[in-house]
Design a protein around this ligand. Structure first.
Ligand SMILES: [Zn+2]
Length: 406
């Protein structure tokens, strides 16, 4: 956690207040003792901060339900939780063929969720309009006024330059190139928007709510029309110097392989992304979509099984290198190809074990994602939640200062 620039008592209090809000945000209803344990603050400091938060109306006391949280399992104390009226957050996931939206309170309780099918790549403006309309619909469905939304997180299926906020000019999202998606969405919704690419929000989703929970160094691999990698270290996405980290789809696998959309040849993506696998089957099986291919593989079609197993080995070989570089404690496999289950996971895991340095391979859990098609939208919520906590504690701080001086 970054240290506060000034060392004054007030800023220390604001920082501690932020810690308490963070715990409440991620843990839901929790006792004061457990907050003290998780933040490392003293019980008396926690009590005083919670009293502050209660007076601002952002935190409520709640009777414990029958199943107490916490590992000690002793007598449950009175719990405190963020008041639902403290604010809502919005997650928006743009896929190549869909827009998905979720609304949650600050404790990540989902209040509404919905999606629409649409081609996102070629019509940026219309897709942004459709997403904004879907957000409005879901907010209305959840009975949440837009004025209560503290922020939105948004995932895009393409590289975003962190320094400019623009979609990088690569032939991935043609109509989005040069567009500032944050400004566009803020204009449509009137709330603060935070943006990341789909692999990073997927990684954040699995780390916050799914298979990556409890792991410190997590690599999330998204196997779909493209191959993406999201890295999360101690809960924080790693984006590289300019936001382009994680382009595992464009590592070289076969120098004589097909030309890639990036201009190189034989990239991982040209060999194992969904469309490349369908292409391999065209002569024997005719035109297949990726979901059809996965279904046939699960139904024991020999050609489809072979394609998925071979892909698993190739991907595992690339992930073995990743283990050597990063020594992750979890690799979570998501995206459309992950729906093949063990058929993909077994050869993938075997290749990691075979090609990674034994010490690097031993400690890593290779896990199927558990959030499936919701990983990205839930990660977008987590992106909004983390960033909104900052705004929220600033608000608490101002409110408590105003109260003290009045
Ligand atoms: Zn490439």
């Amino acid at each position: 956690m970054a240290s506060h620039p000034t060392g004054s008592l007030e800023s220390l209090r604001a920082r501690n207040s932020r810690l308490v809000v963070d715990v409440l945000r991620t843990q839901g209803a929790i006792s004061r003792a457990e907050i003290a344990r998780q933040t490392g603050l003293s019980r008396s400091t926690v009590s005083s901060l919670v009293t502050d938060l209660q007076e601002t109306g952002l935190v409520l006391e709640r009777e414990p339900d029958s199943s107490p949280r916490g590992p000690e399992g002793g007598r449950p104390g009175v719990l405190v939780a963020l008041d639902r009226s403290a604010g809502a957050i919005v997650g928006i996931d743009f896929g190549h063929d869909h827009v998905r939206v979720a609304i949650a309170d600050l404790s990540y309780e989902i209040l509404a969720e919905g999606s629409i099918d649409r081609e996102v790549d070629d019509a940026a403006g219309e897709s942004l309009d459709a997403a904004a309309a879907l957000v409005q619909d879901e907010l209305m469905g959840a009975g949440v006024d837009l004025s209560r939304v503290l922020g939105a997180g948004m995932g895009l299926p393409g590289p975003v330059d962190r320094s400019t906020g623009l979609v990088r000019s690569q032939p991935i999202l043609p109509s989005w190139i040069g567009l500032d998606p944050v400004a566009e969405m803020q204009e449509r919704l009137g709330v603060i928007v935070h943006l990341d690419n789909d692999a990073n929000v997927g990684a954040l989703g699995e780390c916050t709510f799914g298979a990556g929970q409890g792991s410190r160094v997590v690599a999330y691999v998204r196997l779909s029309a493209g191959i993406g990698l999201g890295l999360v270290f101690d809960g924080v996405p790693f984006r590289g110097a300019h936001g382009i980290a994680g382009e595992i789809g464009h590592v070289l696998v076969d120098p004589n392989g097909p030309i890639c959309r990036c201009g190189n040849r034989g990239c991982l993506e040209t060999l194992v992304a969904g469309p490349a696998l369908c292409e391999l089957l065209r002569r024997s099986h005719g035109e297949l979509t990726v979901p059809q291919l996965m279904q046939r593989a699960r139904d024991n079609d020999p050609g489809c099984r072979r394609v998925v197993q071979d892909a698993g080995r190739v991907i595992g070989r690339a992930l073995a290198d990743l283990c050597n570089y990063l020594n992750p404690d979890a690799i979570v496999i998501g995206g459309e190809l992950a729906t093949a289950g063990d058929l993909l996971m077994e050869p993938l895991t075997a290749a990691i074990e075979q090609f990674a340095l034994p010490a690097a391979a031993e400690g890593v859990s290779i896990l199927p994602g558990v959030l499936h098609e919701r990983a990205e939208v839930l990660g977008a919520l987590a992106l909004a939640g983390t960033n909104s906590a900052e705004a929220l504690t600033a608000q608490v701080h101002t409110m408590s200062q105003t109260r003290r001086s009045s």
